[in-house]
Design a protein around this ligand. Structure first.
Ligand SMILES: *Cc1c(COP(=O)(O)O)cnc(C)c1O
Length: 386
């Protein structure tokens, strides 16, 4: 009766076994191999980048991108605040310090106003960042035009954290191809998964070759094991790349299913006073990786936190919107630039936000269970338009 409804479980498509089977049949049970090469080519073709490097995680991809940009000891890196900790941890791996930038209300992604203030402040101090990490939340691209204009003005490159936005678009471009480097994640809860994995994409093939080198323990060209640089064990296995190839074949279908799920939530709940869904901008397509909304307790009679508890009691997994990184104990003392002086958008989204079960395998019946419970919890005052 009350079977568990998960937030975003893996959803295999059927092609994965074929590619994994080939890996077994040919005994390519190793990092590297034909599935890895093919997965890289297929990903690059899908997003429209010149190249791609398959890695063990999205975090590894961010780490390599920052090292490629020369981020090192004592440097600064600007980074979206409303995101998963993995966006910023690699800044610390490199001995650099993050400066956090707030969201803006339209996309929930990086605020150009806050970014501009951060640049002006740091330019005045004569200390520009080495890179800017821009995150695309919950399947929607950030509004890159103004962000690119500011970064170009100061000559600072962008790492686009598209871990949550594979398949989203921004005008004519695919999410992940707007910065110097883009990164994707195939962690278990992402729109497609290899159980764990990541991808670094770019048009700079020489830089990608360097990333491949570092990701395989930086082994020099020599018969014996010789190393002149420090490397990592960051490559994706040929088995997992097989899962990825199968998943990539069904990606467009998964996007459609997640958008349909969003639409059903929206039609059922958007007219309730105090409920606000994450907006979708007309600059492109959101994948609606997760359906996210905010509830205003004064008008709904219940807070996001209380809703999460009620749903958990009924075996339904939901999740608060990311706790902004500038509020994390780990990053205490790091600078933060709010959207407006004295007003942080990300603080408010964290306080009021909730992510609903959005997996592409969610059945209509299960979704109705979530919707009916939400309807029963929320004060159903209909919005006064205007
Ligand atoms: C999932 C995620 C990552 C990290 O990806 P992993 O593959 O789990 O290392 C990075 N950034 C964001 C925004 C994510 O959601």
């Amino acid at each position: 009766m009350n079977t568990r409804i998960l937030l975003s479980p893996p959803h295999m498509g059927g092609f994965e076994r074929q590619f994994v089977g080939e890996a077994f049949d040919t005994n390519w049970i190793a990092p590297l191999g034909p599935n890895v090469d093919a997965f890289e080519q297929e990903m690059a073709a899908y997003v429209g980048s010149r190249g791609a490097v398959a890695l063990s995680s999205g975090t590894a991809a961010i780490h390599l991108a920052l090292r490629l940009l020369g981020v090192g000891e004592g440097d600064l890196v600007f980074c979206s605040s409303l995101t998963f900790v993995a966006s910023a941890n690699p800044i610390v791996y490199q001995g650099a310090k993050p400066v956090f930038i707030d969201s803006e209300p339209n996309t929930w992604n990086m605020s150009p106003e806050a970014l501009r203030r951060a640049f002006e402040d740091h330019a005045a101090q004569g200390k520009l960042p080495k890179a800017v990490v821009i995150v695309n939340l919950y399947g929607q691209s950030a509004d890159f035009k103004p962000l690119l204009r500011i970064c170009n003005e100061y000559g600072v490159p962008i790492v686009e954290d598209a871990a949550e936005s594979l398949g989203a678009t921004y005008y004519s471009k695919m999410s992940g191809t707007l910065g110097k480097f883009g990164i994707f994640s195939f962690n278990g809860n992402k729109i497609i998964t290899t159980s764990g994995g990541g991808m670094l994409v770019s048009d700079d093939l020489a830089a990608l070759e360097k990333a491949r080198f570092w990701a395989t323990q930086a082994r020099d060209r020599a018969r014996h094991y010789q190393h002149s640089e420090m490397g990592y064990n960051y490559r994706l296995s040929n088995i997992l790349a097989g899962v990825g190839r199968g998943q990539l074949k069904v990606l467009e279908n998964r996007i459609q299913l997640r958008r349909d799920i969003f639409k059903r939530y929206f039609e059922a709940l958007s007219r309730i006073d105090g409920v606000q869904f994450m907006p979708e901008m007309d600059f492109g397509r959101s994948t609606r990786w997760l359906t996210a909304l905010t509830v205003d307790k004064r008008r709904c009679g219940i807070s996001a936190g209380e809703l999460i508890n009620v749903l958990a009691d009924r075996n339904i997994e939901t999740r608060p919107v990311w706790k902004p990184l500038h509020l994390q104990p780990l990053f205490e003392g790091c600078a933060f630039y709010p959207h407006e002086p004295g007003f942080s958008v990300s603080d408010q989204l964290f306080e009021r936000g909730i992510c609903l079960p959005s997996g592409s395998s969610l059945t209509t019946e299960d979704q109705m269970r979530v919707i009916n419970l939400l309807k029963a919890c929320l004060n159903r005052t209909v919005k006064v338009t205007g």
